[in-house]
Design a protein around this ligand. Structure first.
Ligand SMILES: Cc1ncc(COP(=O)(O)O)c(C=O)c1O
Length: 394
């Protein structure tokens, strides 16, 4: 089967990770891979996670199968975390998945099964795995204008003009917060305007929520998604616990389908469980059980919220320090957008050639489109990175 085959193009993020690992320079700086780093450069196991694992280890007496959709207590805890009381529980169908990627994949597969003609609208740019999965499933896709590189903000006129062309039943894929890769987030007014477009066109919002709690707060970061859920008859949500619980390798994700009252919830729940059955039977349980243990215990939940706040403030601090250092280097506010963006990522504004020079000459590793993980910065590396950016992007 493989005699005349070439391996597929490696994922560009994984390629940068491999190049970084093979670079012998001691002053190299990894701003590529999308993991949170504490000021001492670690991706820590959160204290609440450690304690939850200890409790699970003590109490767990079986590793037998859980339900096809995962543990109902986990699903309910995630519903409350994400949606609060924006919609009644009876309107929400939930399903556990292997990570946020698994959740994105299941929502798209569900759409392909039930509505094969639907177009999926994705922002320009977006996380590369969005178009990759859509193409793998042979679905139709269109991009809508989103990022304005000249201002470091959102091209609102372009975005709303493009979204107005969506048809009934199309999906509009939105980032709940911490837009990957731009860091430019929708405002409360933007969420209102998107809800109005969906009401008018019949398009369905599909919210990818991979960074809940990394932008402003758990409540603020969910506010746009909750607004859509409260206003519209149908909303799809793919959420990840990789970043905000630091559970990357445990693969913890969830799909929430907000439906109309009554019958549709059962149909959505059954469809999701059936898709799980066909793809991998049962979602992983260990990470989900950690999340459920934390969210179900007031003291653990408080410890988690506090550590999450520290992580968020570290990233915001890095953003401010970088913007200040670049202001000092360039004598301009050209890079002020770093401080205004949210989450782990910003596009630094460099083209692929400049990204190559940053890597080869200065040992600074970014993704080829200029995506920088600001969580990879430290007080010690910020001056070095600011000097190199000012020089190479001059
Ligand atoms: C926008 C977006 N969606 C989904 C994910 C999925 O994360 P995971 O599958 O690791 O939970 C990521 C992770 O990088 C992401 O950036």
């Amino acid at each position: 089967m493989f005699e005349n085959r070439l391996p597929p193009e490696p994922d560009k993020i994984l390629r940068i990770m491999a190049m970084f690992a093979g670079d012998p320079r001691t002053d190299k700086v990894d701003l590529g891979v999308g993991v949170y780093r504490s000021p001492d450069g670690r991706t820590p196991v959160m204290a609440a996670v450690k304690e939850a694992e200890r409790r699970i280890w003590d109490a767990q007496e079986t590793k037998s199968y859980v339900g096809l959709s995962g543990d109902p207590a986990f699903l309910d805890a995630m519903r409350v975390l994400i949606l609060g009381d924006a919609v009644p529980a009876a309107r929400v169908a939930a399903c556990g998945t292997p990570g946020g990627t698994g959740a994105v994949r299941q929502v798209l597969e569900m759409t392909r099964r039930l509505s094969p003609e639907a177009t999926v609208w994705i922002s320009d740019p977006t996380w590369p795995n969005h178009p990759a999965i859509i193409d793998h499933l042979s679905q139709k896709r269109q991009t809508f204008r989103y990022y304005d590189a000249a201002t470091g903000g959102i091209d609102r006129d372009g975005m709303f003009a493009d979204l107005a062309r969506a048809q009934a039943g199309d999906l509009i894929l939105l980032h709940a917060c911490c837009h990957n890769p731009t860091g430019a987030d929708l405002t409360p007014q933007d969420w209102e305007d998107i809800a109005a477009i969906c009401e008018k066109t019949g398009a369905i919002p599909f919210v990818d929520m991979a960074y809940l709690g990394f932008a402003e707060s758990l409540e603020d970061d969910a506010a746009g998604t909750r607004l859509l859920a409260a206003r519209l008859p149908e909303v799809f949500i793919a959420a990840s616990c990789s970043k905000n619980f630091g559970l990357y390798r445990e693969r913890v994700g969830v799909v929430l389908v907000v439906t109309g009252e009554g019958g549709p919830q059962a149909a959505a729940f059954g469809t999701l469980a059936n898709l799980n059955r066909q793809n991998y039977a049962f979602p992983p349980d260990h990470g989900a059980r950690i999340v459920q243990t934390i969210l179900g215990d007031a003291a653990l939940a408080e410890s988690w919220r506090t550590e999450l706040r520290t992580m968020r403030e570290t990233m915001l601090g890095n953003r401010r320090m970088l913007a200040d250092a670049l202001r000092a280097e360039t004598g301009s506010d050209r890079f002020g957008f770093f401080a205004g963006h949210r989450g782990m990522f910003s596009l630094c504004g460099g083209d692929p050639e400049q990204v190559r020079i940053l890597r080869e000459t200065h040992g600074i590793y970014l993704i080829g489109d200029g995506r920088m993980n600001v969580a990879g910065l430290t007080a010690a590396t910020i001056p070095q990175v600011a000097r190199a950016l000012a020089e190479v992007l001059a």
